[in-house]
Design a protein around this ligand. Structure first.
Ligand SMILES: Cc1cc2nc3c(=O)[nH]c(=O)nc-3n(C[C@H](O)[C@H](O)[C@H](O)COP(=O)(O)OP(=O)(O)OC[C@H]3O[C@@H](n4cnc5c(N)ncnc54)[C@H](O)[C@@H]3O)c2cc1C
Ligand SMILES: Cc1cc2nc3c(=O)[nH]c(=O)nc-3n(C[C@H](O)[C@H](O)[C@H](O)COP(=O)(O)O)c2cc1C
Length: 477
């Protein structure tokens, strides 16, 4: 069992609390550790342990005394990867949790509507069905900046004897980076435009991440669009308002919100307008470089909507942001996609999934690990091989022992990377026998197809064991 402790010495007195987490991209794991820390160091000085939910059995949960679970939801209402075997093996059967007190903090995103916080809710129901007692109702969190939900959670922790606040549990403010370079990597591609976007930090101390980590970008409107809106309505952009917990200039608020239609503004008091503005959500991008290069590099597909307008985040990065201009972003550690133990490695991806794989290959090159096998899919060999120079260098210096690429528009019937995985089953099995880790990066459909092929090759049990051991890791979207 993966029990960890944040504390060098176990606090004396207090009750026993188990904080369990299930996280895909690190947010739930981070809040779990911070909540555990607050409980252990608060007035009540509980004895707190932290465990990955996926490493627990129903019997261990039943004996926990008090259980707090922090979990996200993935796919369509499913558990994060690390807890999927738990769902199949533990949650499939009824269990008895008499005497267990529990609460769930469920992270999610309301844009997933019907499956909002779906896994957290199923877990909550499963525990209640086993006669566990809720300490308080499930708290559902919408995105990273849900101050109201995190306030509820922190207040409940404080009732249990912690001393914390929403501000301490939520991720910090964004950092300023500068757009240093932007280059179209696939002119004349039959698919969407893919851009190399390089950023330099306003503060060099921000060059601090690990292969697998994610950049959360704050998309915004252009200065020109903001100025035009303010001028049209005779508004002073220098006026400050309390917005998302901070005093902010009106011009900055408009920059980071959907600009209202004129009829939504007319006759409305400014305070009321600011309160009703729809703040832009963040957008996540897998980081494609290592901090040693001095630059954060991203591989961004420009999303174009049916009406020809650009996607919010990709439009900002690939079109509207000006070279030399500020890009606001927050680094998100993504422990579930950090480099596994050194050893042979199979890297599988498609499209912009090359971003996350590139960071890992750069890491392996730096550590001279060798023995990596890249399986990659895109549309056309003539236009869609990204970072061909890097690939050549990795092949030349032994970082890549093997490279297999498949291009869907170059063959009929279309073949994708999951077909390649299925075709290479025997060799993949041999690599896994030698202890190879598996990394998958890219879109959900590709990842589901690859997973299906891998299950056919080596069986669900083996994949479950590899997931638990941190040898099968995915960064998927
Ligand atoms: C962990 C993670 C890592 C990621 N890494 C990368 C990466 O490395 N590279 C990358 O390119 N992306 C990556 N993504 C995806 C990225 O975060 C964005 O989802 C992607 O760029 C699209 O966002 P957008 O804001 O540009 O588009 P959005 O504005 O969200 O639109 C996206 C699509 O939704 C549809 N759509 C949305 N609104 C409308 C509307 N009003 N009318 C019609 N259609 C609509 C359209 O099909 C549009 O193309 C990652 C995501 C995650 C979660
Ligand atoms: C591909 C993908 C699928 C998701 N599916 C859901 C979903 O079905 N329901 C939901 O409420 N949130 C969904 N989310 C949102 C995540 O649960 C949310 O971003 C959460 O904060 C992530 O926490 P984590 O970093 O601990 O995994 C999804 C996010 C991604 C990237």
């Amino acid at each position: 069992m993966v029990f960890g402790s944040l504390f060098k010495t176990v606090p004396k007195g207090g009750g026993k609390i188990l904080v369990a987490f299930a996280s895909q991209t690190g947010a739930a794991e981070r809040i779990a550790w911070l909540s555990a820390n607050a409980l252990a160091t608060g007035l009540a000085k509980h004895r707190v342990s932290v465990a990955a939910l996926g490493a627990l059995t129903a019997a261990q949960i039943a004996g926990a005394g008090t259980l707090l679970v922090v979990t996200s939801t993935y796919g369509a209402g499913e558990a994060p990867d690390s807890a999927r075997a738990f769902v199949r093996k533990q949650m499939a059967a009824a269990a008895s949790f008499k005497g267990l007190d529990f609460a769930v903090l469920a992270l999610g995103d309301r844009k997933y509507d019907a499956t909002f916080c779906g896994f957290g809710k199923s877990l909550d129901r499963w525990l209640v069905a086993g006669k566990a007692k809720r300490l308080f109702d499930i708290v559902c969190v919408d995105g990273d900046d849900d101050d109201a939900a995190m306030t509820k959670w922190s207040e409940q922790l404080n009732r249990l004897g912690a001393e914390t606040s929403a501000g301490q549990l939520m991720p910090g403010p964004p950092q300023d980076w500068l757009l240093a370079e932007r280059r179209l990597l696939n002119p004349s591609s039959p698919g969407g435009e893919t851009w190399h976007v390089a950023l330099t930090p306003g503060n060099p101390a921000h060059l601090n991440w690990t292969a697998g980590d994610i950049a959360e970008i704050w998309p915004r409107n252009t200065d020109a669009a903001v100025a035009a809106f303010l001028a049209r309505h005779g508004l002073d952009g220098g006026k400050s308002f309390r917005w998302r917990g901070q005093w902010t200039f009106l011009s900055d608020i408009i920059a980071h919100s959907r600009i209202p239609q004129d009829h939504e503004v007319e006759g409305i008091a400014l305070d009321w307008l600011v309160e009703r503005l729809e703040a832009f959500p963040h957008r996540e991008y897998s980081i494609a470089s290592l901090p040693g290069s001095g630059r954060m590099e991203l591989l961004v597909r420009k999303a174009v909507k049916n009406d020809g307008s650009l996607g919010l985040g990709s439009g900002w990065l690939t079109h509207y942001a000006q070279p030399g201009g500020v890009i606001k972003l927050r680094l998100r550690p993504n422990p579930n996609f950090h480099p596994p133990a050194d050893g042979p490695q199979i890297l599988i991806g498609a499209g912009t999934g090359f971003a996350g794989l590139r960071a890992h290959l750069l890491h392996r090159q730096h550590k001279k690990l060798g023995e990596a096998w890249l399986l990659f899919g895109e549309r056309s060999a003539a236009t869609d091989i990204y970072y061909a120079e890097d690939i050549k260098a990795w092949q030349a210096d032994g970082t890549l022992a093997r490279t297999d690429m498949v291009f869907s528009r170059d063959s009929l019937p279309k073949r994708h990377v999951q077909h390649l995985v299925a075709e290479r089953g025997t060799e993949i099995c041999a690599w896994l026998e030698r202890g190879a880790s598996l990394l998958v990066c890219g879109g959900l459909d590709m990842a589901a197809g690859v997973q299906e092929a891998l299950v056919a090759i080596c069986g669900q049990d083996r994949l479950d064991r590899m997931t638990q051991a941190g040898l099968y890791r995915r960064d998927i979207y």
